[in-house]
Design a binder for this molecule. Structure first.
Ligand SMILES: Cc1cc2nc3c(=O)[nH]c(=O)nc-3n(C[C@H](O)[C@H](O)[C@H](O)COP(=O)(O)O)c2cc1C
Length: 737
């Protein structure tokens, strides 16, 4: 069982109970805070003898003095047969008020310690603490794996909202949670009697009257031991029983426990604290924050954070479950002539494997699909396919973390092994794990049917093209029909459209949609989550099961959803969109694109877009209320036809949302060529902006993004920087289509 499985299953089971402990613990942490302001702390260097003298004057029936962890002094005693406990001011012995041990109902503490189930519950709580410790250790391993090592631990977290919350919160509180579960275990060990705290026997001592019958007992103020003991070290002092002439004074300090003769004032016995007791004392302070209220506040937050982990963890599990490997029609390994091995973290790669399996099975093959760590061949195997996603800093998905080493140890057979990578060009190490697999397999001598291909952002079109190449290589008809699972959609109504290039073969329009009147809450329930410019909207055309994605030119806060759509000849979705009239509606859902989103920044921002690629950049500028210096480079063909957002761009310049704009048009004389030509002409200025730490966002066709990266690499070279380095620092992101 891997770390991920341990983390997941303990989190879902013990984690649910840990939620109870976390929340009750967060409540209990208020006690030290409340106690710290209930009564003043006694001066630490005051001698205990003086304290006893003051108390004896003001509280006649005193039997016990306690120095609380908060520093306050509480005196216990009897008035008549009435037991009483009072806060006392150490400065003058004045009674300050009645002592309340806790402001919280007792059952909260019992819930926290024993789930209200008595002794069995104590074992249960200890079990949960143990599980929490394991959850913490596995969390650390997974965190390092996900982020790509210690050095990248502070890097930006990507993924769904639940993933980001889980990881970010984990980075902040994991250490304290680990400590809390370990201290809980330490304390449980003694509560459950597994470790004895005290030496076990009390010394058998009495105050001795040695013949002198009427010997006067000494007042506490005259006992040498109490004279040399500072209140700082005192825990508890018990007065001798007035009715028992042989009774002694008992004093508990931070170092140990002592018994004092009431007549001679001599120390009759002394026991040092045991190691177990000292450990327990430390664990108590660390676990409860007693006597250290700022720490108690930290503990309260960490206790409450369990709710956040639990909720985000369950959401992540649910997401993964929805995408879980669910291969239908799998043939047994030994009989299969085609084997498919999958490495996936989020689960989507399994969907591609299923499509490949279905297509091959339709062609009469017996196909066996399984996870990459099971990589092997059998005498029946004729073809092997490896479908592998990349995570972290170019690493394998967790379940396949040892697969590469495993494969490197195998002896190659003549069976071709073809690798298909899944990744995202936003990441500097695009499909690095698939590349590592390809390199290792070739080095081992495995042949390949097709060279390595890397699918960007789970593109169904790119996968289908790879399927065509595969069909040709196999000499068999093969149609790969990958249907992504579409999340629930929301109906959006077209409220405005701006048409461009109306009479060309590629008409284009900026479409603005409003959401139905029920309001935001209802919408979110229907899959239209909060979104920002640069996120993607998935649109499902009538009669199609496959969504098409468009970059958003607006954010949730703008109050509408805007996209820029160009007609793709024969494209079902773009035809549907461009045919829409005002009042018409579409079925849409949001797919976050966190790698491309623009963080709040004061640094300059360089926005480079061509054609409809200007859409998300326009969205960034529209929301630039803080007037971050944004510089736009826009490339089109002809200003009369395709200067999308042209009017708004002029307006944004005037409002200071945009600091500068450079436009080039490739199809008119003196138009300035392509956008990368404009960059080269502005090399000096751009270098200065990049040297100031500018962020870069590029959106447009793949060819355009490549041209831009080359131009910027040349511009960056004198700064000893490159686009790859900026990508690694998350300063440079592309949205390509
Ligand atoms: C946290 C995280 C890290 C990623 N790191 C990389 C990476 O370094 N290189 C890459 O090409 N893709 C990276 N990706 C993109 C995934 O590989 C891509 O979305 C893939 O299709 C996911 O497949 P899966 O759902 O089967 O795991 C990353 C995605 C996430 C969420």
């Amino acid at each position: 069982m891997g770390w991920k499985a341990i983390h997941r299953w303990l989190g879902l089971t013990a984690g649910t109970l840990a939620l109870v402990l976390g929340l009750s613990g967060a409540l209990l942490a208020f006690d030290p805070v409340q106690q710290s302001w209930q009564a003043p702390a006694a001066p630490g260097d005051l001698s205990v003898a003086t304290l006893v003298e003051r108390v004896a004057r003001t509280v006649p029936g005193a039997e016990e003095i306690r120095h609380l962890p908060s520093g306050a002094i509480v005196v216990f005693g009897f008035v008549g047969d009435q037991a009483q406990a009072h806060y006392v001011d150490a400065a003058d012995g004045k009674v300050l008020g009645a002592w309340e041990p806790s402001a919280l109902p007792r059952w909260v503490k019992n819930l926290h310690r024993s789930l209200l189930l008595g002794d069995a519950g104590r074992w249960g709580a200890a079990g949960i603490a143990l599980a929490m410790a394991l959850i913490c250790v596995s969390a650390l391993v997974l965190l390092l794996r996900r982020m790509g090592g210690w050095r990248r631990l502070a890097a930006r977290v990507r993924g769904s909202l639940a993933q980001r919350i889980h990881v970010v919160a984990g980075r902040v509180v994991l250490a304290v949670l680990c400590l809390t579960s370990l201290t809980a275990l330490t304390m449980s060990a003694s509560t459950l009697g597994l470790v004895a705290l005290d030496p076990g026997t009390e010394p058998d001592v009495i105050s001795v009257t040695t013949g002198q019958t009427a010997l006067q007992a000494l007042p506490g103020a005259q006992l040498p031991m109490l004279q040399s003991l500072a209140v700082r070290d005192l825990r508890k002092l018990n007065f001798p029983d007035a009715a028992d002439p042989q009774d002694t004074w008992t004093v508990a300090t931070r170092q140990g426990e002592g018994w004092i003769d009431r007549y001679s004032g001599q120390t009759l016995a002394w026991q040092d604290l045991t190691l177990a007791q000292r450990l327990y004392d430390w664990a108590l302070v660390l676990h409860t924050g007693e006597g250290a209220w700022p720490w108690a506040v930290v503990l309260a937050f960490v206790g409450a954070s369990v709710l956040l982990f639990w909720w985000s963890g369950v959401a992540m599990w649910w997401q993964a479950r929805r995408q879980a490997p669910h291969i239908t029609g799998n043939s047994p390994l030994a009989h299969a002539d085609v084997l498919i091995f999958v490495a996936s973290e989020g689960g989507s790669t399994w969907g591609f494997a299923q499509a490949l399996q279905d297509a091959l099975a339709q062609g009469g093959h017996r196909v066996h699909t399984s996870a990459l760590e099971h990589f092997q061949t059998t005498p029946a195997t004729r073809q092997v396919f490896v479908l592998a996603a990349t995570y972290g800093e170019g690493q394998a998905p967790a379940h396949a973390s040892d697969a590469l080493q495993h494969i490197a140890k195998l002896t190659a057979s003549p069976v071709p092994v073809t690798v298909l990578g899944f990744g995202d060009r936003q990441y500097p190490a695009f499909c690095a794990f698939a590349e590592a697999l390809e390199t290792t397999l070739r080095a081992q001598g495995w042949p390949a049917l097709l060279p390595l291909e890397c699918i960007h952002q789970q593109s169904g079109q790119q996968f289908a093209r790879w399927g065509d190449a595969l069909a040709r290589a196999l000499g068999e008809p093969l149609v790969l029909d990958y249907v992504p699972r579409v999340p629930p959609t929301t109906a959006l109504t077209l409220v405005a459209r701006q048409n461009y290039r109306e009479h060309s073969d590629e008409p284009t329009a900026i479409l603005r949609f409003a959401w139905p009147a029920q309001g935001g809450g209802a919408l979110r329930g229907h899959g239209l989550a909060h979104f920002a410019a640069g996120d993607l909207v998935g649109i499902v055309a009538p009669g199609s099961a496959v969504p098409r994605f468009y970059s958003l030119a607006s954010g949730w806060k703008d109050g509408f959803l805007e996209i820029c759509v160009r007609l793709l000849p024969g494209g079902l979705c773009s035809t549907h969109l461009l045919g829409l009239q005002r009042g018409g509606s579409i079925a849409a859902f949001i797919r976050p694109n966190p790698g491309f989103a623009l963080p709040r920044t004061r640094r300059p921002v360089l926005l480079i877009g061509a054609g409809t690629g200007v859409a998300p950049l326009a969205g960034f500028i529209r929301r630039n209320d803080r007037h971050t210096p944004m510089h736009l480079y826009f490339g089109g063909r002809d200003p009369a036809q395709d200067f999308y957002f042209g009017t708004e761009i002029g307006q944004w310049l005037g409002e200071g949302r945009l600091a500068s704009v450079q436009t080039v048009f490739s199809r008119i004389p003196e138009g300035g060529g392509y956008v990368q030509d404009a960059l080269r002409r502005d090399a000096e200025r751009l270098r200065a902006l990049l040297a100031q730490g500018a962020l870069v966002r590029v959106c447009g066709s793949r060819a355009m993004a490549k041209g831009v990266a080359e131009a910027l690499d040349a511009i960056l070279a004198p700064l000893k920087l490159s686009v790859a380095q900026l990508k690694a620092k998350e300063r440079y992101a592309e949205d390509v289509f």
